[in-house]
Design a protein around this ligand. Structure first.
Ligand code: PXL
Length: 279
């Protein structure tokens, strides 16, 4: 079988285990080539570090995609994550238009917020721009905060009622016309997971909740989902593997340290991902 190729469009946070430093190893471990379009290079991610460096690569993005195109390089999927500015979101929409063919799957993780708040550095109109990118996706993977910002509805703390979750899924489906994997769904204090809506069915995948949170786990989840999807699994199966793999990374890290900014020890759990994938 021909090897699948994903174009991952995210920043490189040199330290802190998120975006490309997570997407590359995880999607590669799933057996899929991971071509990258780095949007910026930062010394660390922006979640809890001060005075980080930021090298903007906005001017290179379209040129990279166009060079690939001129060389006849095609991709089976485009997977986008953290984008540092509204201009970058606009350009990524254009890249998708230019490199997509009928078979290309577009996975958009609308990274911009968590715990009811936009991340540092994003203006209040950023979600409106992110909405445009979501409309180009086949699958979107917002957390509950991002979903409420995309929809302009109030954010509700956990525990989340079934009605609240399903109204979000239906509204996001209406917005994008495509599949939704909603993350950070907590039906009670003991569980956390994802709600999956492919347009026909709503399914849930839950795991035991570890009482700590770490930076970059959304990227671990969406990267795993992308890598597993490229192995021909269904969206629901892929979300199930992503929930379980993310849980195992958090659990291992929790036994080791509680420094949220440093991210999770996903590396030691990669053999577990292989088992979940039956590779
Ligand atoms: O994990 C998402 C992410 C990626 N990249 C950068 C970030 C964040 C979240 O804060 O700051 C630079």
């Amino acid at each position: 079988m021909r090897q699948k190729r994903v174009a991952a469009i995210h920043d490189i946070s040199c330290f802190g285990k998120c975006s490309l430093t997570v997407a590359l190893p995880i999607i590669s471990a799933c057996g899929t080539e991971t071509a990258v379009i780095p949007t910026a290079v930062l010394s660390t991610h922006t979640g809890g570090f001060k005075n980080f460096t930021f090298r903007d690569l906005t001017d290179d993005l379209l040129a990279i995609a166009r060079h690939w195109k001129s060389e006849g390089i095609t991709v089976d999927a485009v997977y986008t994550g953290y984008l540092g500015s509204k201009a970058q979101v606009e350009i990524v929409c254009k890249i998708i238009e230019e490199i997509q063919n009928e078979a290309t799957k577009v996975i958009v993780d609308p990274v911009m917020a968590d715990n009811g708040r936009l991340y540092n550095g994003f203006d209040s109109d950023f979600p409106l721009q992110m909405k445009k990118l979501c409309m180009k996706a086949d699958v979107i993977t917002p957390n509950i905060t991002e979903a409420s910002l995309l929809l302009g509805i109030p954010f509700e703390q956990s525990p989340h009622s079934r009605e609240y979750i399903e109204s979000i899924l239906y509204k996001l489906r209406e917005l994008t016309g495509k599949s939704v994997v909603l993350t950070g769904v907590c039906p009670d204090e003991k569980s956390i997971g994802a709600a999956v809506f492919d347009g026909d069915n709503i399914d849930y995948c839950f795991a035991e909740r570890v009482p700590s949170s770490y930076h970059g786990t959304g990227d671990i989840f969406a990267s795993t989902l992308t890598g597993v999807l490229m192995n021909g699994k269904t969206l629901y199966e892929s979300a199930g593997v992503a929930v379980e793999f993310t849980r195992s990374c958090i659990e291992r890290t929790f036994k080791d340290h509680k420094e949220m900014r440093y991210g999770v020890n996903f590396e030691a759990e990669l053999p577990n991902l292989m088992k979940l994938l039956n590779r």
